[in-house]
Design a protein around this ligand. Structure first.
Ligand SMILES: C[S@@+](CC[C@H](N)C(=O)[O-])C[C@H]1O[C@@H](n2cnc3c(N)ncnc32)[C@H](O)[C@@H]1O
Length: 283
């Protein structure tokens, strides 16, 4: 079943924390000249138009990226995110993770973006056309299978973004087994996993993100969790926020991401809060 369409949610608070973190990872990789490879296992369409009927339905971007529009942030990571997005927001659009990657990577860095939904893949391919010849590849394939087939990269530097729709309850287990498989092949992989924070109303999925994070921490690699809550966790709240677990995070990303998230919460609503906790310390 592939019914999820990211256009409904593009640019919302969850995209903000996910893409801020991903940008922080890419910025850290760019500190060295040596090329790196980026993997996006669940890439989506790449570019979203706020005026199309899906995005326009709930206008989720209004409580996410739009509340940061033209803000002059005091923190560098947030400023970089706003500057990148503003070029798109000015045209009523939002860049998804593969476009953020292709915009930020250098010519000699490689990107593999994987997407399984035929309609979303067709859009991704069209949106990638403008970047042809820049070592940017899109693949119509299962992201978990693709990660095993395409890792480790040569040279052995890079990062993975894992951003499933979590439509199926067993997608949480797929993330854990997928990452376990990758770490066996590529121990140093820097991995960002996005997850939703769901209230009791979510039924069987309630608590699934928390259980997934526990299973990921049991894999033993250094990791932290960064979460942003936009509403109170009451029974009926639904998705009250989201988080990213970062495995093998780059040096100082914990500090820069904390500062950026703290500043974001000041702009996106008085009920929003954030926290970053190390799960397995980096010794
Ligand atoms: C949350 S969206 C991705 C959003 C994107 N990462 C971004 O930040 O702009 C999840 C995407 O994963 C796709 N998908 C679902 N299962 C997949 C799988 N097994 N492999 C690859 N893509 C998958 C869905 O079609 C959907 O487009």
């Amino acid at each position: 079943m592939l019914s999820y369409q990211h256009a409904f949610h593009a640019g919302n608070h969850a995209d903000v924390i996910k893409h801020l973190c991903w940008l922080g990872v890419i910025k850290a990789l760019k500190k060295k000249d040596k090329p790196f490879t980026l993997y996006d296992s669940h890439a989506g369409a790449g570019l979203y138009d706020f005026t199309d009927s899906l995005s326009a339905k709930n206008k989720e971007y209004k409580t996410g990226v739009s509340s940061l529009s033209n803000v002059s942030a005091s923190c560098e990571l947030l400023n970089d995110y706003i500057t990148l997005c503003q070029r798109f927001v000015d045209k009523d659009a939002y860049p998804g993770s593969p476009i953020i990657s292709v915009e930020l990577k250098r010519d000699h860095d490689v990107l593999h973006a994987m997407e399984l939904h035929p309609g979303e893949y067709a859009k991704l391919e069209a949106n990638f056309a403008a970047y042809a010849g820049h070592h940017s590849h899109c693949h119509k394939r299962d992201g978990f299978e693709g990660l095993i087939a395409l890792t480790p990269p040569k040279p052995n530097r890079g990062a993975i973004l894992i951003d499933p729709p979590y439509e199926r309850a067993n997608e949480y287990d797929d993330v854990v087994s997928g990452i376990e498989g990758v770490l066996k092949r590529w121990q140093q992989a820097q991995i960002v996993v996005w997850y939703p924070l769901l209230s009791e109303r979510a039924g069987a999925k309630h608590g699934a993100s928390e259980r997934m994070c526990e299973a990921l921490s049991a894999l033993g690699a250094p990791c932290f969790k960064a979460e942003m809550q936009v509403a109170e966790n009451t029974h009926d709240a639904g998705m009250y926020g989201s988080g990213v677990m970062v495995i093998n995070p780059p040096w100082q990303l914990d500090t820069t991401l904390s500062v950026a998230m703290n500043e974001v919460t000041g702009y996106i609503g008085e009920n929003s809060t954030c926290r970053l906790v190390w799960v397995n310390e980096d010794n």
